[in-house]
Design a protein around this ligand. Structure first.
Ligand code: ZN
Length: 411
C-alpha cells in the first residue's frame, strides 16, 4: 500500500517535531541527513525505529511534545530489561478513543450496548483503551478488570452485558464456566472483542459456539496508542486499520525491503498525528500481510490479515522465508494426520534439506500420503521437503510451535 501525499505531509510534520525535540529519531534523521520527504521513494529511505531505541530512551526520552501538554503515560510490560514509557497528549488520548470507538462500530456495537471490560487497568494500555473507546461511542461500560470470575458472571447477568472484551484465554474460561454453571440462558452477550494474542481457529469456534456470540479480533500495541488500531468487520476477512492515523507497511524482516501487498512479512507502523511520542517506521516484529483489494463491507479502510506470529519464529530455507504457521496451515489440510509434527532442517552435502515428520494411523498408505503432502508444500510455499509418516504417538508432544522445529544447520 503506497503512502499517499496527504500521509507524506503528515509524516513531514512529525519529522519536524522529532527533530525539534532532539529525540533518538531526530538524531537518526540528522545522521541520515534527512529533513523532509517528498515521495514514496523518500519515505522508504527513512530509518526504522526499534524497541531497543524506545527502551534506551527510558524514562521520558520519547517525549516529543512540551511537558505541559503531556497528560498521561503508559508503559509496555518489558520482558527483558527496562520497560518502554510512552507519553500521551490530550489529543493522543482523544485520537485513540476515536479509533477505538470506530473499532466498536465496525464490530456492529452501538451506544445501546453494555460493554463488560475484563482486560487490566493501570500502566498498560488495555482496560483504559477499551473503556475510553466505549465511552466515546456512548455505550455503557462495566469496568471489571481481570479475574474474579464469580463477580464477572454475576455482573454479566445483573447488568445484562451484551459485549465482552477479553483475551482469548479469559473468554474461553468464562465460556466454560457459563456452560458448567448452566447459566447460559441468563447471559445476554451478543459479541466479543478479543485482544491481540494469537489464537487458533479451533479456540475461536469454541468460544463463539459456547457463548453463542460473534467474535472480533482487535489489534494494537502500547508503542502505537494501544489496542484499537485495527479490527475485523462482519465479513471477517482481515482487520481494517485506520489509515488517517497510521501508515502501515509490510517488510521482509531480513532485508528490510517492502514486500508487495498480499505477501507475508513484518508489520511496520508510522504514526501520522501522534504528538506525545510519534514513531516513524516502527518495527513491530508481528507477522501479517496487507490484504489487497476492497472489502465486501464497502469500507474504504485498508486491511491487515490476522497476526500470524512473530518474526523471531521465521526460518530462512533455500532463500525462502518460512514461518511455522505456513507449515501448520499445509499440514492442517490433511485430515488423515494428527496435529503433531516435527520439522528438521539440516545442511547435507552443501544443500539445505528439510524433513517433516507427521503422524497417521497404520491404515494409511504412507507413501502416497508423503507424496501428496510434499506436493502441497511445493505448490503452497515453493519447495519440496522430505515427508515421513510415523505412527500416532511417536512424536514428542509440545504446546510451543517453535519447539517443533529443529534447525540442525548451525549446530
Ligand atoms: Zn470489511
Amino acid at each position: 500500500m503506497q503512502i499517499s501525499e496527504k500521509q507524506i505531509e503528515l509524516v513531514n510534520n512529525r519529522i519536524q517535531a522529532l527533530v525539534k525535540a532532539e529525540s533518538f529519531y531526530g538524531k537518526k534523521l540528522a545522521e541520515a541527513g534527512i529533513t523532509e520527504i517528498h515521495s514514496a521513494e523518500d519515505f522508504k529511505k527513512l530509518p526504522f525505529s526499534e524497541k531497543k531505541d524506545l527502551r534506551e530512551a527510558y524514562p521520558l526520552g520519547l517525549m516529543t511534545a512540551p511537558e505541559e501538554e503531556i497528560v498521561r503515560i503508559h508503559s509496555s510490560s518489558g520482558t527483558t530489561g527496562l520497560p518502554v514509557i510512552i507519553p500521551y497528549t490530550q489529543k493522543d488520548v482523544d485520537d485513540w478513543a476515536i479509533m477505538f470507538s470506530r473499532c466498536y462500530e465496525t464490530a456492529g456495537i452501538t451506544n445501546r450496548d453494555r460493554i463488560q471490560i475484563t482486560p487490566g487497568y493501570g500502566l498498560w494500555t488495555a482496560g483504559i483503551g477499551f473503556q475510553n473507546g466505549a465511552e466515546k461511542l456512548g455505550a455503557m461500560v462495566i469496568p471489571m478488570g481481570p479475574g474474579n470470575t464469580d463477580k464477572q458472571l454475576q455482573m454479566m447477568q445483573d447488568m445484562e452485558s451484551t459485549v465482552i472484551c477479553a483475551t482469548s484465554s479469559y473468554a474461553l474460561l468464562l465460556a466454560e464456566e457459563i456452560e458448567k454453571r448452566g447459566i447460559r440462558n441468563r447471559i445476554k452477550l451478543r459479541k466479543g472483542v478479543i485482544g491481540s494474542e494469537r489464537w487458533s481457529q479451533k479456540m475461536r469456534e469454541r468460544i463463539s459456539t459456547e457463548l453463542g456470540i460473534e467474535l472480533y479480533d482487535i489489534y494494537g500495541l502500547t508503542e502505537i496508542y494501544g489496542p484499537g488500531i485495527a479490527i475485523n468487520c462482519e465479513y471477517n476477512e482481515g482487520m481494517h486499520y485506520w489509515d488517517d492515523f497510521l501508515y502501515i507497511e509490510v517488510i521482509d524482516p531480513v532485508t528490510g525491503e517492502n514486500v508487495p501487498d498480499g505477501e507475508q512479512g513484518e508489520i511496520v507502523i508510522t504514526t501520522l498525528v501522534k504528538e506525545g511520542a510519534p514513531l516513524i517506521r516502527y518495527r513491530t516484529h508481528d507477522l501479517s500481510r496487507i490484504i489487497p483489494g476492497k472489502c465486501k463491507c464497502g469500507r474504504c479502510y485498508p486491511r491487515l490479515d490476522v497476526i500470524q506470529g512473530r518474526t523471531d519464529d521465521m526460518m530462512k530455507f533455500r532463500g525462502v522465508n518460512v514461518f511455522p504457521n505456513q507449515i501448520e496451515e499445509v499440514l492442517a489440510s490433511f485430515p488423515e494426520i494428527s496435529s503433531e509434527y516435527q520439522v528438521r532442517i539440516s545442511h547435507i552435502e552443501g544443500k539445505d534439506v528439510m524433513r517433516i515428520y507427521v503422524e497417521s494411523d497404520s491404515k494409511t498408505n504412507c507413501n502416497d500420503l508423503s507424496k501428496r503432502i510434499a506436493d502441497k508444500f511445493k505448490s503452497r510455499i515453493g519447495f519440496t521437503p522430505g515427508v515421513k509418516v510415523v505412527e500416532i504417538g511417536v512424536l514428542p508432544r509440545s504446546t510451543k510451535k517453535t519447539a517443533r522445529v529443529i534447525d540442525e544447520r548451525y549446530q
